[in-house]
Design a protein around this ligand. Sequence first.
Ligand SMILES: [Fe+2]
Length: 383
Amino acid sequence: MYQVVQPRILCMGTGALKSLEMILGQMNPQKILIVTGPNVQRLGILQKILSAMGNYASRAETFINPCPEPDVNIVEECSKVVQEKGFDLIIGLGGGSPMDVAKGAAVVAVHGGQMRPLLGRNQLIRKGISTIMIPTTAGSSTETTQAVVVNVPEEGTKKSIWDTRIVPEVALVDPELSCLMSPKLTAETGLDALVHAVEGHTSRFANPLTRMYTGEALRLIGRYLYRAYKDGSDMEAREGMARAATIAGIAMTNSGLGAIHALALVFGHKGFTHCQSLAVLAPWVMQFNYIGHEELYTEVAEALGEEIRGLSAQEASQKACDAVRRLLEEMCISPYLKDYDIEDVQALALMAHRGGQRLLPMNIREVGEGDALMIFKMAFGYA
Ligand SMILES: [Fe+2]
């Protein structure tokens, strides 16, 4: 038995934004809060959204989330605004951070305004305010997921609310909105999508439907990520990456993630972005994981476009790891910890292992403390 949740409406493809007014007409909100970030406002995307809202634009107000990585306090601040002004629809517009703040505020506002008691699995007791997610990047995948992930400063780690009631009602994914991303942001968010697809595909809890999505996401990423990085105006590549990020998100929210995301949590308080922390772990965790699971990693290699004819299962699996490392290097993201300001690898590995306990059980191969240390040593370049 398996269950798959996803937004009620997925509105995808170039020109999808033109459907926003019609979707709003079906939902008929009286007061709309658009949660977005300063860059979206600066780049003129907010104005584009307001135009696409037609008559509904006059019912909208804006909340600017200044945090590059979402934070429990900003979610509570946003939920307070929602409660006080009685918004009945929240639009999350931007990258992962404003979308997570929007999703978080939608449920925190109907649970008394405090987020901390809701952290964990299935702590919600009622449905939140309706949400529409409009991503302007291609990678966080939060437009489809049943999770809100936030930094909890006093605990020095990230935590999440995980509940099917978090899944947005609508995900509107128009690749034209992701065209303004810089090459660096394209690379970093694309890497997040790639890791969602790899971990979703190889998770212990993957199922035939999620593997259908991850197989296609990997094919699209193999074909289009580097192209989108090299030429941001390549619409075919942008369209492919937008679709890949969204379907990888549906897969991973239903199948779970693995040791890359689990061990990456430790970098939250080292000042790394989410994408940097994935970069220094992805090739090495994959290299550890494929032993005993070569068939799955051969599928990953093949979907990414690697030539695997005539290779042994082990050689083909290694190709999957090499493909990810090569792609990172081609996009000028170092997969080696020695290139970052990190010193005590042993202490970091143990802390990562302790902090990753919630996600590690989803990983296809059991990861002990010694294994985490070996992975971090590979990441540093010792092994
Ligand atoms: Fe991620």
